[in-house]
Design a protein around this ligand. Sequence first.
Ligand SMILES: *Cc1c(COP(=O)(O)O)cnc(C)c1O
Length: 412
Amino acid sequence: MDAPRRPHHAPLVQFAVEDDCLLIGGIPLPRLAQRVGQTPFYVYSRAAMTARVAELRAALPAEVHLHYAMKANPMPAVVQHMATLVDGLDVASGGELRVALDTVMDPALISFAGPGKGEAELSCAIAAGIVLNLESEGEMERAAVLGQRLGIVPKVNVRVNPDFELKSSGMKMGGGPKQFGVDAEKVPAMLARIGQLGLDFHGFHIFSGSQNLKVAALQEAHEKTFALALRLAEAAPRAPRILNIGGGFGIPYFPGEERLDLAAVGANLARILDEVRPRLQGAQVVIELGRYLVGEAGAYVCRVVDRKESRGQVFLVTDGGLHHHLSASGNFGQVIRKNYPVVIGTKVAGGPRELASVVGPLCTPLDLLADQMELGQAQAGDLVVVLQSGAYGATASPAAFLSHPAALEVFV
Ligand SMILES: *Cc1c(COP(=O)(O)O)cnc(C)c1O
């Protein structure tokens, strides 16, 4: 009898492989490393992002607007590219707002979410004419005062903390007590106050969770989100023009995970829209996605510095690690550490294989990029590639920890 098979990572489809060598943006990896001039680096593929947006456009109902949540990858060149592909940008800080305002995107199609927006951030947002996703009653009052001072009427959505959560999500961001948004039951009173304050009410932002690979869970969240928004709309000072139903589409990171069935998500959404459309009164439905747009389009590349064996296990010591890629090390929100898809750049699938652990140069056992993974046999000088790294990589990692140089980022 065969030994039980270990679950595999989802197949690599976003990058080509030629002669067992990974190509990113059509460039063989060693050549790309020469061009970048150093390891470690992040590389993001323009073509992969363009293809992903096209897949979404094909699967989702045509009337649904697609926004890019830029905290997933705020590299200015990436945001500029996304701005030419999507229908809006969602920012989560004043710094992200500045990058978004440098793109071709119409400011009216930029929205700003996130608790604790400061006065300078609010003033800049109001003056820029973007839409504020209000996270609290206090923020509503502050925005009104600043709008008066600037002589500009702030555009606002109300971010609702829903009375449900997105099931099977990597990260729950709605339901129960939360720092995000205003509890659904308090929203009617807030809407009345928005009318009194004369704020320019645009609509609702209802984001219930992240990193979801389950069609049924997304469908249920979409149904509940529309029901909630339609209920709340009855208390609004005017009919909502925007209904941002969140996103949460996940990508496969770990063994056993499969790519989201996008066609099924789109078909469900089309069915729900057919039901609710008459009651939406023309509100623009928006889906906001971060990792789904850029996560699979990026890779983190580092180089083997040393190969050693310890009590029967192989360790590939690289010049990269958790200081550049916290999430691949398992320390960015994972409960149980699992391996990201990792390959040796010039030995992707063929040649002699071995179990090896990929570690970094930091003096902590947490600095682990792959734990006892089957890889092509590698030596010092070989390139190690962590796939699925286009989102929550460089900017979500503690780059200063241990004072190693930062990773470069390139967009090809
Ligand atoms: C982080 C965030 C997103 C993006 O989440 P992904 O999992 O990257 O798609 C979208 N909307 C809001 C409000 C967020 O905070």
